[in-house]
Design a protein around this ligand. Structure first.
Ligand code: HEC
Ligand code: HEC
Length: 325
């Protein structure tokens, strides 16, 4: 009898384990939407892709030897493999999202692209590693996500193959519960409400993700926007700044003008005069994309950041570590 129970339990455990491993993520069939393309939508989509959400920052081969790691010419959306120095769980490879029919999204339907972006499910139904910020993009308005697709359809095909991501156990199993279907219509944010609009922009731009310290893949509680997350590429390291409104260790004492100037300060850089990346200036902060954000958007972002909880946390963004690596 005891043995039977034991056996039963064992079968149960094995069954549960294999169900966890085999099951797919929660997902619905991709919508059959056919996105209408207009000039205004393509422009809005380009702004989201290149600046606000910096899709190309993750999805392209970049030149990390130059300040800001500009996207290599002709490689926007090419796909890449993240450097292992970032300490991610396995080989994480943002795929080719150009219009290339073989390696990119050329054969995907509009609905499949929208589902991947907002719900975290690939064309074949596999769950995407949540570093792809679909949990934030779930709030992307219908108009914005359709504009994004309208723009992406105008992008050239980049013939460039990257290997698929290979996420380590147990993250590969756990991450299957991250995708969530997006239900109903998502209206555009109200631009008259500066703080709400700023919150929307901050969500699309991933500010909180980079500016919150992570432990075991999860943000440390109570440290939102307080910085301290470390990013490495071979030989270089940078720590995200405290952008919570703490007056001493964050940006609480900054005026709106100082905040805007910080972004505008990068507008003089061109592809030709970008400085060489050294430990003292190395960054993953998407200054090259964000510097072009319209002033109204930067003001809204600043207004929202002023409303989050101030956290005291002194950060040295550029520790002198290059020699250690
Ligand atoms: C912080 C990095 C990051 C940003 C920003 C990002 N992505 Fe991704 N994206 C990824 C990673 C990593 C994957 C692959 C996950 C995997 O393989 O499980 C991915 C997967 C995808 C996929 C699925 C492709 C496929 O072949 O399955 C699409 C489509 C996509 N991203 C589009 C976008 C768009 C559009 C944006 C901007 C709105 C964007 N991504 C921004 C990291 C990022
Ligand atoms: C990919 C990661 C990443 C994202 C996304 C990101 N940041 Fe940063 N940010 C950093 C890092 C790393 C630094 C420190 C190095 C530097 O100053 O460039 C930084 C620095 C800053 C600074 C300078 C602070 C100081 O004390 O000088 C400000 C302001 C800032 N970020 C605001 C933002 C805002 C607002 C957003 C969203 C719109 C954002 N960041 C998104 C990584 C990121």
């Amino acid at each position: 009898m005891k043995r039977m129970i034991l056996l039963g339990t064992l079968v149960g455990v094995v069954g549960l384990a294999s169900w966890l491993v085999m099951r797919g993520p929660k997902s619905l069939r991709a919508s059959s939407i056919k996105v209408e393309r207009s000039e205004a939508r393509v422009a809005r989509g380009k702004y989201i892709y290149e600046q606000l959400a910096d899709c190309e920052g993750c999805h392209s081969e970049r030149d990390y030897k130059k300040f800001g790691g500009p996207v290599l010419a002709g490689m926007s959306g090419s796909g890449t493999v993240f450097p292992k120095e970032l300490g991610l769980p396995g080989r994480i490879a943002p795929p080719n999202i150009s219009q290339d029919p073989e390696h990119g999204l050329g054969q995907w339907t509009d609905g499949e692209i929208i589902r991947a972006v907002r719900e975290g499910v690939s064309r074949d139904g596999r769950a995407l590693f949540p570093m792809m910020p679909y949990q934030s993009y779930a709030k992307m308005s219908d108009e914005d996500v359709e504009s994004l697709v309208a723009y992406m359809r105008t992008m050239p095909a980049v013939k460039h193959q990257v290997p698929p991501s290979k996420v380590d156990f147990p993250v590969n199993v756990l991450m299957k519960s991250a995708p969530q279907p997006v239900a109903g219509k998502i209206p555009a944010p109200d631009r008259q409400n500066q703080v709400a609009y700023g919150k929307y922009l901050v969500g699309m731009a991933g500010c909180e993700t980079c500016h919150t310290k992570m432990e075991k893949g999860a943000p440390v509680e109570g440290m939102n926007f307080a910085g301290g997350e470390v990013f490495r590429v071979p030989g270089l390291e940078v720590v995200s700044a405290n952008i919570s409104p703490d007056p001493e260790t964050g940006i609480g004492a900054w005026t709106e003008e100082r905040f805007l100037d910080k972004f505008r300060g990068y507008r003089n850089f061109t592809d030709e005069n970008l400085p060489v990346a050294v430990q003292a200036n190395f960054t993953v902060m998407p200054w090259l994309g964000f510097r072009k954000l319209p002033d109204d958007d930067l003001k809204a972002i600043f207004a929202y950041l002023k409303t989050v909880k101030p956290v005291r946390n002194k950060v040295e963004t550029h520790p002198p570590v290059a020699s250690k690596l």
